[in-house]
Ligand binder design. Structure first.
Ligand SMILES: [Zn+2]
Length: 237
């Protein structure tokens, strides 16, 4: 199952990762590649077929052409390395078993962006009633049904097959969890101007402004720099 930071509801990390690709003031559309969807799928706990890695193909080609000696990788250049770099060992993340869903493709990117925008619209709806209506509509569109797993535990299943329906199932359920636990108001945008990413405020007083300690640290450093600057300008030259 998806792992979350403490204080985040189940599956919310994947939801936040997807929401963070949305265009916000100052940031263009950020969802372009299947690899991004794969990372979101991994965060959602989906088991996917192993990845075709362009980086690995490029690295192999470079070695084959003699542009790189392959040093530091414990692999000698020459024949036979065609298969060598393709093992899952090179990418610990792509260890999905044989029963996983297919990995994301370029065709999934635009529909995923549309799903993202509709999830965001639902979570930022003015009223709970509107949020409930929009999320229920998504659930119906993706044909999500209640079911039971092998241990008779309640699960949600999608009638549709493939990567995106599986991801949609996880994300719609996660968004519903957000809404049902009254945590929609904790969904904010980071106040750091260079960031602006959505985050879930888990602070005790509910007044968190930054998505990460990196952003709060950056803001603090800037304030300190500004103070020094003002101080220096006040000094007689
Ligand atoms: Zn931030």
């Amino acid at each position: 199952m998806a792992s979350n930071r403490p204080g985040e509801p189940e599956g919310s990390r994947a939801l936040l990762l997807l929401l963070r690709t949305a265009p916000v003031p100052g940031l263009p559309e950020g969802l372009h590649y299947p690899s991004q969807l794969r990372a979101i799928g991994e965060a959602a706990g989906l088991s996917m077929e192993a990845e075709f890695s362009l980086e690995q193909v490029i690295a192999q080609t470079r070695r084959r052409l003699g542009w790189e000696s392959g040093e530091g990788e414990g692999e000698s250049p020459g024949e036979g390395e065609g298969e060598a770099g393709e093992g899952p060992g090179e990418n610990a993340a792509s260890d999905a078993g044989p029963y996983g869903c297919p990995g994301p493709t370029l065709d999934d990117v635009r529909p995923a962006a549309r799903l993202r925008d509709r999830l965001a619209a639902a979570l930022r709806a003015d009223s709970d009633a509107m949020c409930a209506k929009l999320l229920t509509e998504l659930s119906i569109e993706w044909e999500l049904h209640p079911g039971l797993d092998a241990l008779c535990q309640p699960i949600t299943v999608s009638r549709q097959e493939g990567f995106l329906p599986q991801l949609a199932r996880e994300l719609v359920m996660s968004a519903m969890g957000f809404a049902a636990t009254g945590r929609r108001s904790g969904l904010r945008h980071c106040s750091e101007p260079w960031c602006g990413l959505p985050f879930l405020d888990g602070s005790r007083d509910g007044r968190g402004r930054y998505c990460s300690t990196r952003c709060s640290g950056r803001a603090k450093a800037r304030r300190r720099r500004d103070r020094l600057e003002t101080h220096r300008q006040g000094e007689p030259s």
